[in-house]
Design a protein around this ligand. Structure first.
Ligand code: PMP
Length: 426
């Protein structure tokens, strides 16, 4: 018997009209089993399900909800903007304000362009990098996700060290072959790739702290090496900060680590929960984007006034106090989970950067995809079910970082650690 009959019934209906019952695959709970929890509404750090159950939310819309759900300033900004018109397809002052505000947080963004999803942002940044360098090859790292554009759905196949193989049907091999996947945190592999193919490489794209294989931090010097090798070989560095942007600091991982990439992609938090993302960087590079230059990129809803208003209202709340609070909450959760795993005698490690955190069911450290994929995913699934039964909504996959929001209370963290202890024992 399901302990969430309403969600179960909705999932059956959904499965008749949506592939897998969802509009984005990981929502289907395939990795952990059972019907996904259908959400009715949310407030602060709480989700209320269609079954009427309450959960402490550690997904936060996969990152955007850094303030928690329904922040009054964001809701009011959306209401006001919507009243004035949903979309014009013409420029507005709001977009200018938004770009100015982002540039204040990210000194590397001489110029930026708004789009509607992280996928569009990374896809466009890569087109710009290829247009600027007049080269075709893209270096990416195994286990890093950059949206679902053809050339980014690639990681290394074991026997195919030189050329990429597509991870998805429908991606032509001719496209995948232009993507060179390398192991994350492997300085030697990176140097070797540039030694062999430096003249062909247009750009390196990476998550400066990985969230998409679980939380994997960069090793000291790795990000700087990426920037330096690009500079040396006439390629461009692209920091995909769709997840880390405004999460690890207002200015993202590049602020946290004191780095300046050539191009940056942003999404999630900058839209405050609305469909909004951006890409940008060096003035000379961004000056080749239409209508100034030959790289075409456009969007009917780009810079949408309601989305930009939600973004502006969210950015206004990104105070030093928020990040101090997130750091304290994260540290407490990390310590609690680590002690719980140790006491339960479960092989595990906890990896965290700021408010991104993962409990890996394997000994650490996890430095790359090979390490991450050695986790005990069966044990994760059992643990996840235990957490859910105890009112904790954790990402339903071992390979997704959890996100903390500023609306969490100390009591929420204590309860979550207790649930972790009980779920590990079960
Ligand atoms: N880049 C990164 C680092 C991401 O985490 C994601 C989404 N999780 C994307 C790009 C794609 O963004 P979207 O889902 O908005 O297309």
């Amino acid at each position: 018997m399901s302990d969430r009959p309403v969600s179960q019934a909705l999932f059956a209906r959904a499965s008749a009209v949506l592939p897998g019952g969802v509009n984005s695959p990981v929502r289907a709970f395939r990795a952990v089993g059972g019907a996904p929890v259908f959400i009715a509404r949310a407030n602060k750090a709480r989700l209320i399900s269609a079954d009427g159950a309450e959960y402490i939310d550690f997904v936060n819309s996969w990152g955007p909800a850094i303030l928690g759900h329904g922040h009054p300033a964001v809701v009011e900004a959306v209401r006001e903007a919507a009243t004035g018109g949903l979309s014009f397809g013409a420029p507005t002052e709001l977009e200018v304000l938004f770009a100015e505000r982002l540039r204040g947080f990210y000194p590397s963004l001489d110029k930026l362009r708004c789009v509607s999803s992280g996928t569009e942002a990374t896809m466009s940044a890569i087109r710009v990098a290829r247009g600027f360098t007049r080269r075709d090859v893209i270096v990416k790292f195994e286990g890093c996700y950059h949206g679902h554009a053809d050339h980014l759905l690639v990681k290394a196949g074991s026997g195919l060290a030189t050329f990429g193989v597509p991870d998805s049907a429908g991606v032509p091999e001719a496209i995948a072959r232009l993507t060179l996947p390398l192991p994350y945190n492997d300085a030697d592999a990176l140097r070797e790739a540039f030694a062999n193919r430096g003249k062909e490489i247009a750009a390196i794209i990476l998550e400066p702290v990985v969230g998409n294989m679980g939380c994997v931090p960069p090793e000291p010097g790795f990000l700087q090496l990426v920037i330096d090798l690009c500079r040396e070989h006439g390629a461009l560095s692209i920091f995909d900060e769709v997840m880390t942007g405004c999460r690890l600091a207002p200015g993202g991982a590049q602020e946290r680590f004191g780095l300046r990439p050539d191009l940056t992609t942003l999404g999630k938090i900058i839209g405050g929960g609305m469909p909004l993302a951006a890409y940008g960087g060096r003035d000379d590079v961004m000056s080749i984007v239409a209508p100034l230059g030959p790289v075409y990129q456009a969007g009917t809803l780009s810079g949408n006034p309601v989305a930009v208003s939600a973004g502006l209202a969210t950015l206004a709340q990104l105070t030093p106090a928020l990040y101090e609070r997130l750091e304290a909450l994260g540290a407490a959760l990390e310590e609690g989970f680590r002690a719980a795993a140790r006491d339960a005698g479960v092989p595990a490690c906890v990896q965290r950067v700021g408010s991104m955190i993962t409990l890996f069911f394997r000994e650490g450290p996890v430095r790359n995809w090979t390490d991450a994929s050695g986790s005990d995913t069966k044990r994760f699934a059992t643990w996840h079910a235990g957490m859910l039964a105890r009112g904790i909504y954790w990402p339903p996959s071992q390979y997704e970082a959890a996100f903390l929001c500023g609306a969490l209370t100390d009591a929420d963290i204590t309860r979550t650690i207790q649930a972790c202890r009980e779920s590990l024992a079960a």
